[in-house]
Design a protein around this ligand. Structure first.
Ligand SMILES: Cc1cc2nc3c(=O)[nH]c(=O)nc-3n(C[C@H](O)[C@H](O)[C@H](O)COP(=O)(O)OP(=O)(O)OC[C@H]3O[C@@H](n4cnc5c(N)ncnc54)[C@H](O)[C@@H]3O)c2cc1C
Length: 178
């Protein structure tokens, strides 16, 4: 199979998708916090590469997974790709996060789909701690189940209180009227 071949492209929820590429080289080298530069080969209007954080890798099937949100033309076109289609991937790029020491219980703090980029580091941490996940609304809360499956305790807060705790207001003086 050609590197960059799409194994899966699934809608997670609303505008959020998970895409899994076959790419032995990137799968073997990537560490948490790095990213790939993706070119959508068959679409001339999208020749400029789009950067996406590496969400996960698997040695079992030599795959690299990205979680993305449809925000513009490139990600819309990406959401329409099918297994067997192909993208050109450059990577792994970036320095990556500091790996978690074995005797440390990690606390990951993320906003919305920022949790996608931290997942690989969370997975590789020996001890599983806490995921603190903030989002505008319930529709933007994703991947907490993936962290929970690893053994993390997830604490969720949304601006509108539609899931988890309602965000505390920003007032620094006087009485809160939220
Ligand atoms: C290091 C890095 C890692 C990233 N990781 C991820 C990730 O893991 N997942 C993820 O989903 N995203 C990630 N991103 C963001 C991702 O690269 C962008 O969302 C993606 O490139 C958007 O491409 P697009 O073609 O869909 O959007 P574009 O068409 O390029 O549009 C991007 C934004 O600009 C707005 N826009 C477009 N055209 C106009 C216009 N004419 N006037 C005004 N506004 C306009 C769009 O509404 C949209 O909000 C990452 C970015 C970086 C730099």
């Amino acid at each position: 199979m050609q590197p960059g071949t799409i194994l899966e492209n699934t809608n997670l929820k609303g505008g959020y998708y998970r895409i899994r590429f076959f790419h032995p080289d990137i799968a073997a080298k990537a560490v948490g916090g790095q990213f790939v530069h993706v070119r959508l080969n068959r679409l001339e209007a999208h020749l400029l590469r789009r950067p996406f954080s590496i969400h996960d890798t698997s040695a079992a099937d030599n795959s690299v997974t990205v979680v993305y949100k449809v925000v513009g033309e490139g990600t819309k076109a990406m959401s329409e790709l099918q297994p067997g289609d192909f993208c050109d991937l450059l990577g792994p790029l970036g320095v990556g996060y500091t790996q978690i020491a074995d005797d440390t219980i990690p606390v990951f703090v993320a906003g919305g789909y920022g949790s996608a980029a931290m997942y690989l580091t969370a997975k590789n941490a020996k001890q599983k701690g806490i995921l603190m996940l903030g989002a505008r609304t319930e529709a933007d809360v994703i991947l907490n189940d993936r962290y929970e499956a690893l053994g993390y305790d997830s604490r969720i807060a949304t601006n509108d209180g539609s899931m988890g705790k309602k965000r505390i207001c920003n007032r620094t003086s006087g009485r809160c009227t939220c």
